[in-house]
Write a protein that binds this ligand. Structure first.
Ligand code: ZN
Length: 952
């Protein structure tokens, strides 16, 4: 969901919930450096010389850098070392509330004028303009066009206003209370309830555990304007603030302006000390077990806390490389367990990463299968114990170094096309935490010099220093019905001791020496070539009938993206075969390819920058992915492999089936899952292909049928069109296309997808789902029907959606204080039939749902009767033009556009009329569009309401 104005950051805290994400280790992303001499190793690393930095006499810091990616844009960040941890008891939640108030009136932009002004300048609220508040920081971000002097001037004025000139009008404060309380309501549920219970424990009852950024209802409902003014006055001061400016600007001019604008920021007469809070290590072990009736899985997580590794000096950076290598290897070991025939848990892992309040944590976690907590926990702990006892192997380390260096090389190659946002984030961390930001060339050189000298013993030492039996917290989270069977602390400790006493075998690093493909492709030919100068594309026809569209670009130096599709998909199979067809591509991909099982494939691809995935959707099948120019041949090898040599693996199949069933066991404890299943079923007219997952559906999947369908879908590639966009050398890619694509099998069947006749039902439908204990409602309103498909009509529909959304934000949020982020979106399709749908959605207090729906319908009626306000059309047009300006400088846009137009059998030159179509939108045209598509003849209202509301 689109976040408006602000997102509360619990990022650090969410580490405790890292099992809910399968993200790469944090450290893997961090770039590192090396010491050349002992003395140099202890000095702070230099800041990237490409950034202009300085500190004004009042203590205000700035960082300014010229960067043309994207062109004609500049990103401003106002960074404040001010967060919820600085609140006193009467201010809990006001650091975040203050962030909201910065959008509700400043000296130069009273009331809501700031948001409105920016929208008129083409800046999208929520997507572009945003801010966040966490424990230790509040950050405001504003990316704006830099080619218009007036917008640029006002952008700087906004940053200056945010620094110290928020109005804090009592009336506006009262209006914003409801919005913040609604934001808080959206966060309620099982995760939040459990978090409230475990955070004090894992945060060692430190100040952080009493200062969750969202605050307390009591303060948010009752605080006096003086209380927030005191917070603002005490903390919004120049010594805790920095302006970061990166973009297509003149650095000298910008520095002059910053000096002129920010030198008069005042320090308070009495400066409160900005205490650096920490989570103190106690030397104690802790244990906490929490159950919740809406929890869907059982999780065990062990945190072993230790002082944080800062990243200021060369020797600290060297240590962070060692960590990065450790986490890569550990991650690969745990990933391999998941690829066993019958994985012993749903998910598991271990890594050493940042925590909060000056601490890092080595954490081991397992998401258990129902009733198998001991087995799952022991498996996760066993792998860490194996690493501790035997260390990693030299071949694992070699691979990890290779992939580490490859990531750095990839970043270095993109040096001149690095996005401004990425620089902004580096300087933000440099200002907030002192995290070194010496620049990619500097880092690359040092990593390259440093990696060869890192010995296996240094990486293995991490387990010796990190895995401890003190400062160790064990946390169990589970569905309520498992309460009685959850182990006590002593039992978990016994499990750990049991594993430590086991007779373990060292890890055996099996690497395949075979070629990836069992059969080398028999190259075909390019039989025709045409060029489209206006579009900048070359289209090739291959001897097997496949078409290839190539669009070379200079947007990125190290990126090629591609996709291919042909008509067919799961629409060609009966309902009885549907589950096998739907799951075929995902499962077959997870079996590996050619001669390699998935683990061998993982190792083969280590150090390469590419991804390739086959897919079978409802109406098409194909393949999609990305690569660097250097690894393009490997990407082709994989495409050919997936389409001609899929693997079949009965053991892995059984494992996936077992895990999928285990994952479903408690899924319907989650109110959102129940609501989504119902919504999907209703919108799909209860067709079996649209209803939610179930054990019975999993039982319908057959390995043989799945594999046969997969092979059948890719047996005839003649209907396929490939699109490649990026840093392509046409002459160099031709031999690869002849070898790997012109060699794909072709039968010229001319397959077409079938119309299954599934669409949103007609008429008026209202349905409530009663599930969940929190006083919160989710409302979805849907209009749908036949669509008059054309490029111009799609633009009219988009304008209607945007004008409606702008009004819903103004009315439901700003005027009625009833919601946090109402949204609207519109869909349209050309095939199998021309249809549209418009969705409006928001979360709210169940008591307000009727009133807010009535307000929504009232706004719709106003658009149908009078048309939208001209100013909202102007905002939509400015946003469309500005976002298109940057989109057309990305490879992803062109890949989506070209392949989308081909799939829809539409003209590839449709972009030429874009501006004309935009300009054809008027108050009258949107009014007519609203009358046509929001008539209410086909209207569905679905609501998720608390269980308690069902009785009433
Ligand atoms: Zn907020």
């Amino acid at each position: 969901m689109k976040n408006i104005k602000s997102t509360i950051l619990l990022a650090s805290v969410s580490l405790a919930l890292s099992w809910s994400f399968q993200a790469a280790p944090t450290w893997a992303q961090v770039s590192q450096v090396k010491a050349t001499t002992k003395a140099a190793a202890e000095k702070n690393l230099p800041l990237d010389p490409a950034v202009r930095t300085g500190k004004l006499p009042n203590g205000f810091t700035y960082y300014i850098r010229h960067n043309e990616e994207p062109k004609k844009r500049v990103t401003f960040y106002l960074a404040n070392k001010i967060g919820s941890v600085l609140e006193d008891d009467s201010q809990r939640g006001l650091a975040h509330f203050m962030e909201h108030m910065s959008f509700n009136g400043t000296k130069h932009f009273p009331k809501n004028e700031l948001v409105s002004y920016l929208q008129k300048s083409g800046v999208r609220f929520g997507a572009d303009l945003n801010a966040y508040t966490s424990f230790d920081e509040t950050v405001y971000q504003l990316p704006i066009p830099s080619d218009n002097p007036e917008i640029l001037k006002n952008g700087i004025q906004i940053m200056r206003d945010w620094a110290q000139d928020a109005t804090l009008d009592p009336t506006e404060i009262d209006k914003e209370r409801g919005v913040v309380l609604e934001e808080k309501r959206l966060g309620k549920g099982a995760q939040e309830r459990m978090q409230r219970a475990y955070l004090p424990v894992i945060l060692n009852h430190s100040r952080y555990s009493l200062r969750l950024p969202i605050g307390t209802d009591e303060v948010l409902n009752n605080f006096k304007p003086e209380t927030i003014k005191r917070f603002y006055h005490d903390w919004y001061r120049p010594d805790l603030q920095a302006l970061i400016v990166v973009g297509d600007i003149d650095v000298n001019e910008m520095e002059k302006t910053v000096k002129a604008k920010f030198s008069d920021l005042k320090k308070p007469a009495v400066e409160k000390p900005r205490t650096k809070y920490t989570v103190p290590l106690t030397g104690q072990n802790q244990f906490i077990a929490i159950t919740d009736k809406e929890m869907t899985v059982t999780v065990a997580q062990v945190f072993m806390k230790q002082p944080a590794l800062d990243l200021h000096t060369a020797s600290q950076y060297r240590q962070s490389i060692i960590r990065g290598l450790f986490n890569r290897m550990s991650g690969a070991r745990y990933a391999e367990i998941m690829r066993q025939a019958n994985p012993p848990y749903l998910q598991g892992g271990a890594d050493l990463s940042g925590f909060l309040g000056g601490l890092d944590t080595y954490s081991v976690y397992a998401v258990a299968k129902p009733g198998e907590l001991e087995k799952g926990f022991k498996t996760a702990w066993r792998e860490t114990e194996r690493i501790k006892r035997f260390g990693f192997t030299q071949t694992e380390l070699d691979r990890a170094k290779q992939s580490f260096l490859s990531d750095m090389e990839a970043a270095l190659k993109e040096k001149n096309k690095t996005n401004s946002d990425s620089y902004v984030n580096e300087y933000l961390q440099y200002f907030l935490k002192g995290t070194a930001a010496p620049g990619i060339s500097f880092e690359y050189d040092l990593v390259k010099n440093d990696l060869p000298g890192i010995a296996l013993s240094e990486v293995n030492a991490i387990t010796k220093t990190s895995i401890k039996s003190t400062n160790r917290d064990v946390m169990l989270l589970a569905p309520e019905k498992d309460k009685a069977t959850l182990p006590a602390e002593a039992v978990v400790n016994t499990w750990i001791k049991d594993v430590e006493a086991e007779d373990l075998k060292p890890y055996n690093d099996e690497v395949s020496k075979q070629p990836l493909l069992a059969n080398a492709p028999a190259a075909g030919k390019i039989t025709a070539e045409t060029k489209d100068a206006a579009l900048g594309t070359t289209t090739l026809t291959l001897s097997n009938g496949i078409k290839v569209v190539l669009k070379p670009t200079d947007f990125k130096d190290n990126e090629i993206v591609f996709s291919a599709s042909a008509p067919g998909g799961t629409s060609l199979y009966s309902d009885a075969d549907f589950e096998s067809a739907k799951n075929a591509s995902g499962m077959v991909e997870s079996f590996g390819v050619g001669n390699y099982n998935p683990t061998q494939l993982e190792k083969y691809l280590s150090g390469k920058q590419l991804s390739v995935s086959p897919y079978i959707s409802e109406r098409t099948q194909g393949v999609s992915g990305s690569s660097t120019p250097k690894d393009l041949e490997t990407a082709f090898e994989l495409i050919y492999g997936y389409l001609t040599e899929p693997r079949k693996d009965a053991d892995l199949f059984q494992g996936i089936i077992t895990s999928s069933k285990a994952g479903l066991a408690n899924r319907l404890n989650d109110p959102n899952a129940v609501f989504q299943d119902t919504l999907s079923a209703v919108l799909g007219n209860h067709n079996v292909r649209r209803t939610g997952p179930s054990i019975a559906k999993i039982d319908q999947i057959s390995l043989d049928r799945e594999y046969a369908i997969y092979k059948e879908r890719f047996a005839d590639a003649s209907g396929m069109t490939f699109t490649f966009v990026g840093n392509i050398d046409i002459e160099k890619i031709k031999p690869l296309l002849e070898k790997y694509i012109a060699s794909l099998p072709a039968k010229n069947l001319g397959e077409q997808a079938k119309d299954l006749g599934i669409h949103i039902p007609e008429g008026q439908i209202a349905k409530n789902v009663y599930k969940g204990s929190e006083p919160k409602a989710s409302v979805d309103l849907i209009w749908s029907g036949a669509f008059e498909y054309s490029a111009a009509e799609k633009i009219q529909l988009d304008a209607l959606k945007e004008c409606l959304e702008i009004r819903l934000i103004e009315r439901l949020r700003e005027d009625e204080s009833g919601v946090y982020s109402p949204g609207a979106f519109a869909n349209n399709s050309k095939f199998p039939t021309q249809r549209y749908s418009i969705f409006v959605y928001f979360g709210c207090d169940p008591k307000n749902a009727d009133k807010l729906v009535a307000s929504t319908l009232d706004e719709i009626n106003k658009i149908k009767t009078n048309g939208p306000a001209q100013v909202n059309i102007d905002k939509w047009r400015a946003e469309s033009i500005r976002s298109r300006e940057t989109a057309v400088r990305t490879n992803g846009f062109w890949l989506g556009y070209i392949s989308g137009q081909i799939n829809d059998k539409e003209d590839l030159h449709q972009l030429d009329t874009y501006t004309k179509d935009l300009n054809s939108v008027t108050v009258e045209s949107v009014k007519a569009t609203a009358q046509k598509y929001l008539s209410g003849k086909n209207y569905i209202r679905m609501q998720l309401l608390p269980e308690a509301a069902a009785a009433k």
